[in-house]
Design a protein around this ligand. Structure first.
Ligand code: C5P
Length: 451
């Protein structure tokens, strides 16, 4: 079992699967009473659904199957009905089943929806919200977690369209297991084989375990966050640049506009949080209903942040100047003669993110930092997460051509302890809303602190 768990973690494509095996937590061996809705898509790997059903039932789960039109070319609904001991469903407009069960009810009754195998076509439909058959209608209607086991030809897997759809689905909170690398039915070799039933079972166990550990979040999964999930929570957000004086009229700064940090503060407020926004000099209006502390320098920002603690969640979105002038001149520095070199001695500023990430009683339980890079984005962000002790790093490419610095659009990669999620391009407002929804979800899943 442990081997399988590490296999899941080692495999890049399944970084998204949240296999939680904490000491003393049910490891998912026992699935008594759990209801799995299994969607079997079209593909040669559909035959593996039989073994998956058998293993789920052995562990005490009940399984209901939906077979897509393509899936029914590879496995018969009858065989799945026999194995699941429930009528396998196929068509959206089967009036009798609609009257008796209904796709909305189907999608809500399950504890987890598993799509195995998921074809490139099914992934594309999911990513675009199409609902032209029972399987896709259920997937669009559900508020439950969805685990997907893709299976397709390696070229289809690698196609930019499929990769774009995967990024969209990851950002929507869909979890993935596999695909594996190996020989395919079509004779080609590469990534695209559906994960083995044992591996899928392990991912299911991990997700069911995670659900169990997050009863408060159960009613408010990522895509259906409603109400005020951050009500009563204190969120601390830094935003904007800092200005480090050289003399009374000159300073060191950067091009940060504060748009992202301020959008995060608005999004946190919208989810009910009590928000403290510590902002460097920006030209933006103060977000409504938010406590705004205005600072100029990194030192002032650090002091304001420390004064605002404790906080439940902290997001450091400020572009803090790395250096300050070692000595601030009391008077305006005079120009020297042409040809004479002037040197400016610089001192490293305190790292606010690293400071508040240090373990201790005042550490916010979820600390999120940003990494703006122009090269080796993911590598640098991963290293930054570890070096600074943050829980998540939002990595974004600020190469001048991207327009991210100062612009309204962004494209980020969310680096967590579980892996990297590539989010599609979107506005900074939308990114803020999604990140906050994600943070609220993750916060709810944390074990209660000794509050
Ligand atoms: O080291 P770098 O500036 O790339 O790190 C970026 C992240 O660290 C951002 O979250 C930023 O707000 C934070 N940071 C900080 N204090 C600093 C430098 C960066 O909080 N002095």
């Amino acid at each position: 079992m442990a081997g399988l768990v590490s296999a899941i973690h080692d495999f890049d494509m399944v970084e998204n699967v949240d296999v939680q095996h904490k000491a003393g937590q049910d490891d998912g061996e026992n699935m008594n009473g759990k209801r799995i809705l299994l969607i079997v898509g079209g593909g040669i790997a559909a035959y593996k659904s039989h073994e998956l059903v058998r293993r789920l039932k052995e562990r005490g789960a009940s399984v209901r199957a939906i077979v897509t039109k393509g899936g029914a070319e590879f496995v018969t609904p009858l065989s799945l009905s026999v194995l699941t001991e429930e009528k396998a469903l196929t068509e959206l407009f089967d009036l009798k089943d609609e009257a008796e069960i209904g796709h909305i009810r189907l999608s809500r009754e399950a504890d987890l929806i598993v799509v195995a195998p998921a074809t490139a076509d099914l992934l594309a439909k999911m990513a675009h919200g199409l609902a032209d058959d029972l399987a896709t209608a259920v997937l669009l209607a559900t508020d439950k977690r969805v685990l997907v086991a893709p299976a397709m030809n390696v070229r289809m897997w690698e196609h930019p369209a499929t990769q774009r759809n995967l990024a969209t689905l990851r950002a929507d909170g869909i979890r993935f297991v596999g695909p594996d690398e190996g020989e395919m039915a079509c004779g080609e070799f590469g990534l695209g084989r559906m994960a083995e039933p044992a591996t899928i079972l392990e991912a299911i166990a991990g997700l069911l375990g995670a659900e169990e550990a997050r009863p408060a979040a159960k009613a408010t999964p990522l895509r259906a966050l409603s109400g005020l999930p951050l009500r009563g929570r204190h969120m601390l957000i830094t935003s904007g640049p800092t200005q480090e004086p050289i003399d009374p009229v000159r300073y060191i700064a950067n091009r940060s506009s504060g748009k992202q940090g301020h959008a995060l503060a608005r999004a946190a407020k919208a989810l009910g949080a009590d928000v403290t926004l510590v902002s460097g000099p920006v030209t933006l209006p103060d977000p409504q209903g938010v406590r705004v502390v205005k600072v100029d320098t990194a030192h002032e920002m650090l002091a304001a942040v420390q004064a605002a603690l404790p906080a439940d969640i902290a997001i450091c979105a400020a572009a803090v100047a790395d250096w300050r002038a070692s000595d601030e001149a009391p008077h305006k520095l005079k120009k020297l003669h042409q040809g004479t070199e002037t040197t400016l001695a610089l001192t490293l500023n305190p790292d606010i993110l690293a400071t508040i990430s240090k373990p201790g009683p005042s550490r916010p339980r979820l600390v999120i930092g940003f990494a703006a890079e122009t090269e080796n984005l993911i590598e640098n962000a991963r290293a930054k997460r570890l070096r600074k002790g943050a829980d998540w790093i939002v990595a974004n490419d600020v190469w001048p051509g991207t327009g991210a610095m100062g612009g309204d659009q962004t494209q980020i990669h969310l680096v967590t302890g579980d892996g990297v999620e590539d989010w599609p391009p979107m506005s900074k407002d939308e990114m803020a809303a999604r990140l906050l929804a994600r943070a609220a979800d993750a916060f709810a899943a944390l074990r209660p602190a000794a509050e």
